[in-house]
Design a protein. Structure first.
Length: 292
């Protein structure tokens, strides 16, 4: 889903005073592995560069069809970009400006920011209102627009993206993350094994239950449970969804076909309390695992 293009850039919060700009910039690094580092975008030009990376992945690689202005600009842009924080992974070994070094990105939206503006992007596909009303004491954040350039699709890039998300969640006292995760193509039956596995073995239930908007709902229960081979199903899952499941995520009921992005989407819900101690210890209770 896209809405009218907006020309303003996101202002990235930085509450730490610093006399030396270099010290200020080093202070907002959320993780570093080798020549790769992760942090939030600092200025509108970096957000524009991240949108160009998204265009390369979503349009040129995956066949998405964006609004005409976005296609002309060769940037994946929508109205949520101006209210979101933009997590970046940069390869500092690339010559040029920092905008030229962006190789991966995630878009992050906190509940209080969404409530004061356009709402959550996820709400255009999934009925998340009841989920949040059942947890008035919790703080939610949305993850979206995850993409990595092909040559950087490695374990360490994904680890840095997750380190950034984890550090951000700790900083803002987040209780749960959610967002749309995608299968390629607009025919859910082509992913019958994987979708059925999620339906039978990873469904969000009880207080965490949520699902597709009724008018968009596509059935995920495409195979009986006894016909689902878990090992083969895991191999058929997109890496991003598989990574969410390893962390302890659940999946909402019903898929949604997004014709504009040429994807079949599922709702992923990840309570912070569900993340296993193994991953909490790995990424660091103080978010410092990759900071050196």
């Amino acid at each position: 889903m896209t809405i009218d293009l907006l020309n303003r850039g996101t202002l990235v919060e930085n509450t730490r005073p610093a006399a030396n700009p270099a010290n200020r910039e080093n202070s907002d690094i959320l993780g570093r592995i080798g020549s790769l580092e992760t942090r939030l975008a600092r200025k509108p030009s970096e957000i524009a560069a991240a949108q160009s990376v998204r265009y390369r992945v979503f349009v040129e690689e995956m066949g998405a069809r964006l609004a005409p202005d976005a296609m002309r600009a060769r940037r994946d842009v929508d109205g949520w970009d101006e209210i979101c924080d933009h997590l970046l992974v940069l390869d500092r070994a690339i010559d040029g400006e920092e905008e030229d070094q962006i190789v991966a990105t995630y878009r992050i939206l906190r509940q209080e920011v969404a409530a004061a503006a356009n709402g959550f992007y996820t709400a255009s596909e999934f009925d998340i209102g009841p989920l949040m009303r059942r947890h008035p004491e919790k703080r939610f954040m949305e993850l979206g627009r995850s993409c990595v350039l092909p040559e950087y699709r490695s374990k360490r890039t994904v680890e840095l993206l997750w380190q950034g998300n984890w550090a951000y969640a700790l900083k803002h006292g987040i209780s749960a993350m959610f967002g749309c995760a995608s299968f390629p193509g607009v025919h859910p039956e082509e992913h019958a094994l994987a979708l059925s596995f999620l339906h039978h073995h990873a469904a969000a239930k009880g207080e965490w239950a949520s699902g597709a908007l009724p008018e968009l709902h596509r059935n995920m229960d495409l195979m009986p449970v006894e016909a689902v081979n878990p090992r083969k199903a895991l191999l058929a899952l997109p890496p991003l969804i598989k990574g969410y499941l390893r962390l302890g995520a659940m999946v909402g009921s019903g898929a949604v076909v997004d014709h504009a992005f040429n994807t079949t989407d599922v709702l992923v819900v990840l309570p912070i309390s569900s993340i296993s101690d193994r991953y909490v210890n790995y990424y660091g209770a103080d978010a410092g695992r990759f900071s050196s």
